[in-house]
Design a binder for this molecule. Sequence first.
Ligand code: AMP
Length: 406
Amino acid sequence: MSKLNKKNVEDLNVKGRKVLVRVDFNVPMKDGKITNDNRIVAALPTINKLSENGAKIVLCSHLGKPKNGPEDKFSLKAAADRLAELVNTKVTFAKDDTVVGENAKKAVAEMKDGEIVVLENTRFRGADETKNGEGFAKELADLVDDEVFVMDAFGSAHRAHASTAGVTKFVKETAVGYLMNKEIEFLGNTVENPVRPFVAILGGAKVADKLNVISNLLEKCDTLIIGGGMAYTFLKAKGFEVGTSLVDDEKIDYCKEMIAKAEKLGKKLLLPIDTTIAKAFPDPIDGPVETRVVDSDKIPADMMGLDIGTKTMELFANEAKSAKTVVWNGPMGVFENPTLAKGTNAVAKALAESDATTIIGGGDSAAAVVQLGYADKMSHISTGGGASLEYLEGKVLPGIDVIQDK
Ligand code: AMP
C-alpha cells in the first residue's frame, strides 16, 4: 500500500468559511460533570488552528449511547462549557434536540470568523448510526453551506456514520485534523513502511479477536511477539501441554498456519519461553493470587498460565530494545492484577527505554502505558481502541478513506 497523503488543516484556506469538524468529545461523565477532559484537550490543536485562520467552526461529536433520542445526561453542553474555558474565542452551545434544527442554524448564522459553535450529541439523531443517515449528513453539510468538513475523531473513523463519512458527499472540501493526521502517520504509514528491524508485539485474551491483526502484522514485521492469553493457543498448536490456560481450541489450526507462514516468510515468531502460573483465575480479578514460574513446556495439567515468565520478559524486552520500530497491542497477562501485571509492565518499560519509534495500538496496552507514567516516552499512543485494531488489520477505515488526498 502506498503512503496515505490526506489533505490536512494546513492545506485549507478557511478564512471566513464555515467548517464542520467531527471531534471526539465522548468524554467520561459522572453526575453531569466531566471526569477526564483529555479528549477535549486533544482536539485543541485543530480547533485553535482553524480559529486562528479565521474559520467559523462548527463542532459535532457523539457522547455515550443514548438509546431513545435526546436525553439530558448525554448532552454535549458540559463539553462545550469546558471547551470555552480552554480557548480564547467565543463558544456557543447550540442546544437542539434535532442537532441541526432552528437553534443550531441561528447560532451558526450569528457567529463571527474564528468563533465556535458546538452542536448537540449527534446520536440524538439515531440516523447518525444507521445506513439511512444520508438525510442527516446533508443537513450537517447544509449547516456549513456545503463548504468544508474536517475529520478529527479517529476513535469513530472505523464507522461509516453520517457525521464521520456520510457528510463528505455534500461538501466542497475535506481534510483530516491534527489528531487524525498523527494516527495515519503512525498506525498507517509507519507500519506500512517501517524502519527495520520492525517488531510487533501482540497480547490480550483471545486469538479469535486478533486473527487479521496477527496475519497482517506477520507480513509487515521482522519479528512477531505473542504474549497474553492468546499465547497458550499457539503453545498448544506447537504440541505443548498448557494445563487449564485460556485456549481457543477452534483456532489451533489457525495458529499452526501462522507458525508455518512465519517460517515461509523468514520471520521470527516469538512465544513465551516461560510462564507465570496459578491454580485458578484470581477472584476478584485483582485479589491475592499465588504464583510460580515454569518453562512453557512444563505447565502442569491442573495449572493455568496468567502472565509471561521472567525469562520471557527479558527476551521480549531485549527484542523490543534492538528494534527501530515497535508496535504493541494487548497486555502480556492478566494485568488488572498487580501480581500478574509484571509482564505487561516489563514490555511497557522496555518500550519506554527504547530508541525505536514506539506505537501503542490503543485499548488496554495504551491504558497500561499511561498508568505507568510512560506516556511521554512513546512516539504515539493511539486514541482509538477498535479503530486502531482495524487499522492494524490493514483495513481501510471509512472515516479516512472518504477524505480528499492532497
Ligand atoms: P484484549 O481485550 O483481547 O486485549 O484482552 C485483554 C484481556 O486479556 C485483559 O482483561 C487480560 O486480563 C486478559 N488476559 C491477558 N492474559 C491472559 C491470560 N493469560 N489468561 C486469561 N486472560 C488473560
